[in-house]
Structures are given as structure tokens and as C-alpha cells.
Design a protein around this ligand. Structure first.
Ligand code: WTA
Length: 569
């Protein structure tokens, strides 16, 4: 779709002149905003919460506004400091130390945020898990990380194979009775002291593990350190354009990186009120929340915008959304149609932003005071060098498609892949971090996303590894072989399509396919279950036994199959 550019907005923005800032900015400047600039010691939870709780003008300002069916709660900065200090004391009492992995398998709730901050205060490493994960997904992550403690609910505990996890020493239950084996969150919090001596750590000390999928192998633990705060703070200022008095809503779950970097760190480092919504998606509820809470800055995803779009203008019209002043998107390509819809629905531009779990923070963005070219992800933030490179890491000229790459060494960059140094190394070529996305850059410096270069599937903005789904599929008694691809879908971006070969003695039927689908859903998670399945007599593989997903995809899309010389006889 060819669409005219949308001119820069006028107003008071934190970043008025992108070009100028790009030329002059140095990350050293950003460090001056933090107290550790003098002491050398740091803690993300201090900068995000305690600092504001110590400020008489800010301590009673709402920090967390929680809204879910049947539960509304507001915690000020001083409330969150107290609750997280208490939980940090609970952790210490149960021998959690700096560097330990403490995982959280919880729905979005005030307890989640207090516990998360409490973990950081002890210097331990937090590992948030998406609440829709099922047993296998939970086991893989707890096993690989060697998590010592898990915080969960009695319902979710049913999906945790405790006996198979020798490193897991303790389980804290939120909303459950304390019994011999389990620690009760509520009971321990009742008695916990409100005074906690925060663990001052080094910038390079571990803070967070987010598991994410690649095209091969199990999910990988992307390891982030406290230093990331420099970029969370700065992008919160420039990209989210957060200012005193803003009411901010990020729709992402903290089990994914957007829900931590921009659902916890960026808003609180900038001292703004952070709205968290529990419960499921409903267009009416979402619009009501914006109106009721008077949300001014809103960060969401193309899938959600597309759902709102299909709910129709009537639903939108019932609600007053004039509080909104800045809207942003991440996670998948933002279709120009959605940008056009946004202009009509909110009278605002939707600002696309590009980044990944591995990058820790936003890298290529559209800024309020910058012209938008719908379909483009924007330009690199000041302090970031982005380029298009070939497979050897040589830069390519404008308008040529290649690997989207970032010059190594930005503040929020992952520092390791947990237990997997080889994988970590493989991301870097000739000084560039190679993202796995293909893109090109136009003559004016705008980046245009083209697709994934590997087989990673992006369904409704969630990253799914085909290998994980294939492995689960073949565990089903009826399935001999499986190949999994992402199939383009107008609302979800991509859906998961599985090609399967059945074992002898099994006949294809709707019941059997549904049974296989449910098997994946119950083993991994709902978003990883194939929405489409097709039975084949064989699954194409290379002579070395690798599933040729590319060939499956070409079949599916009716495209030429290209080079099949490596295909097994
Ligand atoms: C995709 C989410 C197009 C991309 C923060 C990337 C995007 C992957 C965009 C990372 C965008 C993210 N336009 N595609 N603006 N933003 N992606 O790790 O393929 O869950 O590599 O991080 O999502 O997904 P992840």
C-alpha cells in the first residue's frame, strides 16, 4: 500500500530535534540522571521505586494502578517501596542471595509487581513466566535456569513438575494456605519487616532472565543486567515521551520483555503512573480503561490494534479517549492500514518501535517530532548505530535488503545466553549484532522491516520456536513426524500451521487432529498450539535430517520451491 508520509507532530516533546540529538548524544550523558553516577553502586529497584518514595513530592503519587475484573487497587511509590522491602525480607529469610534465580509464574497482579521488585532488591535474578505456559514450557525454563525459588499460585502450581526439578528448593504460594512444603506469601508478608537494606550491585550484575524462542533447540535464557536502566530511562523519555503527570499503559504481559522493560522499568524510572490491566482482551474494556483512568501514553501491539479495528468504530465512539496524547506499537510489523485507522480512531499517529528480547530496549523508532512513513519502523535512537549488513557483516547500500544489524555495545544489550555461550557468540558478526530480521534502509535513513530470516514464528506478537512445537507434536502417539511453519494471517500476523505424518494404524479424522492440537496446548501453551494442521505422507527433510520448513512454506503459499537439491530421497 502506497501511503503519503504523516508530518511530524508539533507540541512540547522531550526530543524536539532528532537529527541534532543523533549527532551529539553520548550514553555518558544519560548516566548523569542516576545517583550511582557518584557512588558506582546501583539497583534498578531503587531507581525505579525507592528514589521516588524518598521524594516528599512524589511518594504519595500513584505508581501502580491495577484494574482487573473484580479487583481495583492503587499503590503509591511509597506503598510499592514498603511492599517490595517486605518481600525482600521474606526472600532473605528463606536464604535467597545475590545471583540466585527466583522465578515467578503468576498472573498480572499487585503481588507480582511487589515480588518482582523485592527480588531485584536482594540482588537476585528475576525470571517472569507467562501465565499461559503449560507443564513442558515451565519445566524447560526452570530447569535451564536452575531456579532456586518459584513464586506462583495454587492453580498454576499444578503445571510445575516440582519433583523433576532438583534445583528448585522452595515454592511461595500467593493466595494459598501455607503448608509444610510451601511458603505462604500472605502469611510471610504479614510478619515481614518494612525495613530492608537494599543490595547495592554493580551495573554489570544480573537482573533478569527472559526465555525466548529461536528456530532450533529449546527456548534460550536471555540474560540482562542492571545497566539496562540507562536505556530504559532514556527511551522512556524520548520514545514514550513520558512527562510528569502522565498516566501510562503498556498492554504487554511481564512474562515477555515488553512487559518488563516498558511495563515496569521505563515508566517507573521516569516516575510516572503505570496502569496494569488484568483479565482478557475486550475492545469495550480496553476503551473504558483509557477513558476511566485518563490514560495519556499507550504502548500496545499491532494484533491488539487490529482487533480493536475489527470491533468497529461504534465501540470506540462510546468512549471518551481525549486523554490520549501518544500511542505506540511493538512486536510485529505495523500495517499502514492500522496507522490510517489510528488517525481516524484517536486523531493520533501510532508510533512503531522495533527491538527484541535480546536487545533489551527500543532501538529503531518513530518519534513524535518526526515525520512518519507508514510501514517503516523509523530510525535508530540517538546513541545507536543500525545498519543493513550481508552475512559477513559488511554494510549494504540504501534500498538493498539484508540483515538488520546493530553495532555492538548499547546499554540494554543482553550480556549472555544462560548456559549457552556458543549461542550468544553466534549473534555477533564483525562487530554487529545480527538480529535475524531482514530489512532495508531508504535514502533518508528510515528502516523497513521485510521478514524473519530464520524460521521463528510471530503469532499475535508472540515469538514461537517451530522446534518446540514439532518436538511436542511427535510426543503424541499418533504423530510420526512434524514440520511447523508460520502462515500469514490478517489479524494475528502469522498463525502456526503444522504438517504431520501419522504413525501406522492411525487414520486422519477431525477428532484426532483436535486431540493432537489439545495435546500441544496442554503441554506448551495455547499460543503455541497449531491453528491449522495438514496430514502428509511424508515430511520433507534434508539428507542430514533437518526438516525443510522453507519448502513447507513454499507449498503452503503456492510459491516456487527453489533449490531442493539437499532434499532427502
Ligand atoms: C519482531 C519484542 C516488525 C521482529 C519486543 C523481532 C517487529 C521480534 C517489530 C522480536 C516491529 C518486533 N516491526 N517486526 N516494529 N518489533 N518485531 O523478542 O521479528 O518478542 O525480531 O521482542 O519481533 O520479538 P521479541
Amino acid at each position: 500500500m502506497d501511503m503519503k508520509s504523516i508530518p511530524a507532530q508539533t507540541g512540547n516533546y522531550n526530543l524536539e530535534n532528532y537529527e541534532e540529538m543523533y549527532k551529539t548524544f553520548d550514553w555518558e550523558d544519560a548516566k548523569k540522571n542516576f545517583t550511582w553516577n557518584e557512588t558506582g553502586k546501583v539497583n534498578m529497584a531503587y531507581e525505579a521505586i525507592d528514589k521516588h518514595a524518598e521524594d516528599p513530592d512524589k511518594k504519595n503519587q500513584p505508581a501502580l494502578v491495577y484494574s482487573a475484573p473484580g479487583r481495583e487497587e492503587t499503590l503509591t511509590f511509597s506503598d510499592l517501596k514498603r511492599e517490595s522491602d517486605k518481600f525482600a525480607n521474606v526472600l532473605k529469610k528463606h536464604n535467597i542471595e545475590k545471583g540466585d534465580r527466583v522465578f515467578m509464574f503468576l498472573p498480572r497482579s499487585p503481588e507480582f509487581y511487589a515480588a518482582f521488585l523485592g527480588i531485584l532488591k536482594t540482588g537476585a535474578i528475576a525470571g517472569p513466566l507467562f501465565e499461559a505456559f503449560m507443564e513442558q514450557a515451565v519445566r524447560d525454563r526452570l530447569e535451564d535456569s536452575g531456579a532456586k525459588m518459584l513464586i506462583t499460585t495454587p492453580e498454576l502450581l499444578e503445571r510445575v513438575p516440582e519433583k523433576e526439578l532438583p534445583d528448585l528448593k522452595q515454592v511461595v504460594l500467593v493466595g494459598g494456605e501455607g503448608s509444610g512444603d510451601y511458603i505462604s506469601f500472605e502469611e510471610e508478608m504479614k510478619d515481614a519487616s518494612q525495613d530492608f537494606d537494599i543490595e547495592w550491585v554493580d551495573l554489570e550484575d544480573g537482573m533478569l532472565l527472559h526465555y525466548t524462542s529461536g528456530s532450533t533447540g529449546k527456548p534460550k535464557g536471555v540474560y540482562h543486567v542492571h545497566n539496562a536502566m540507562i536505556q530504559h530511562y532514556q527511551t522512556g523519555k524520548w520514545v514514550l515521551d513520558l512527562k510528569e503527570g502522565d498516566i501510562y499503559w503498556c498492554t504487554a504481559d511481564p512474562g515477555w520483555v515488553t512487559g518488563t522493560s516498558y511495563g515496569i522499568f521505563a515508566p517507573w524510572l521516569n516516575g510516572v503512573t503505570n496502569v496494569v490491566k488484568g483479565g482478557r482482551f475486550s475492545a469495550d474494556d480496553w476503551y473504558s480503561l483509557i477513558a476511566e483512568k485518563e490514560i495519556s501514553v499507550w504502548y500496545s501491539a499491532p494484533t491488539a490494534f487490529r482487533k480493536l479495528m475489527s470491533a468497529g468504530a461504534e465501540v470506540a465512539k462510546k468512549h471518551d479517549m481525549t486523554s490520549l496524547r501518544h500511542v505506540l506499537s511493538v512486536g510485529e510489523p505495523l500495517n499502514p492500514e492500522v496507522v490510517t485507522w489510528g488517525l481516524k480512531a484517536f486523531d493520533l499517529r501510532i508510533h512503531d518501535t522495533w527491538w527484541m528480547t535480546e536487545t533489551g530496549a527500543q532501538l529503531i523508532c518513530n518519534f513524535p517530532a518526526m515525520e512518519i512513513r507508514p510501514g517503516s519502523m523509523g530510525k535508530p535512537i540517538p546513541g545507536i548505530e543500525a545498519s543493513i549488513v550481508d552475512n559477513e557483516g559488511n554494510e549494504l547500500p540504501p534500498n538493498q535488503m539484508g540483515n538488520l544489524a546493530i553495532k555492538e555495545g548499547w546499554p540494554a544489550q543482553m550480556r549472555a545466553i544462560w548456559n549457552n555461550p556458543g549461542k550468544f557468540e553466534s549473534y555477533f558478526v564483525n562487530g554487529w549484532y545480527v538480529s535475524g530480521d531482514s530489512a532495508y534502509q531508504d535514502e533518508d535513513g528510515y528502516f523497513w522491516f521485510q521478514g524473519r530470516l530464520d524460521d521463528v514464528i510471530n503469532t499475535s506478537g508472540e515469538r514461537v520456536g517451530p522446534f518446540e512445537v514439532e518436538s511436542k507434536l511427535i510426543e503424541h502417539e499418533a504423530v510420526a513426524e512434524a514440520g511447523v511453519i508460520g502462515k500469514p494471517d490478517p489479524e494475528r500476523g502469522e498463525i502456526i500451521k503444522a504438517f504431520i505424518m501419522l504413525n501406522d494404524g492411525y487414520e486422519e479424522s477431525d477428532e484426532l487432529l483436535e486431540d493432537i492440537r489439545q495435546f500441544v496446548k496442554k503441554g506448551l501453551s495455547a499460543h503455541a498450539a497449531p491453528r491449522e494442521m495438514e496430514v502428509k505422507d511424508s515430511i520433507p527433510k534434508t539428507r542430514s535430517g533437518k526438516i525443510m520448513r522453507r519448502l513447507l512454506k513454499s507449498w503452503e503459499l503456492g510459491l516456487p520451491t527453489g533449490d531442493t537439491s539437499t532434499l532427502e530421497e
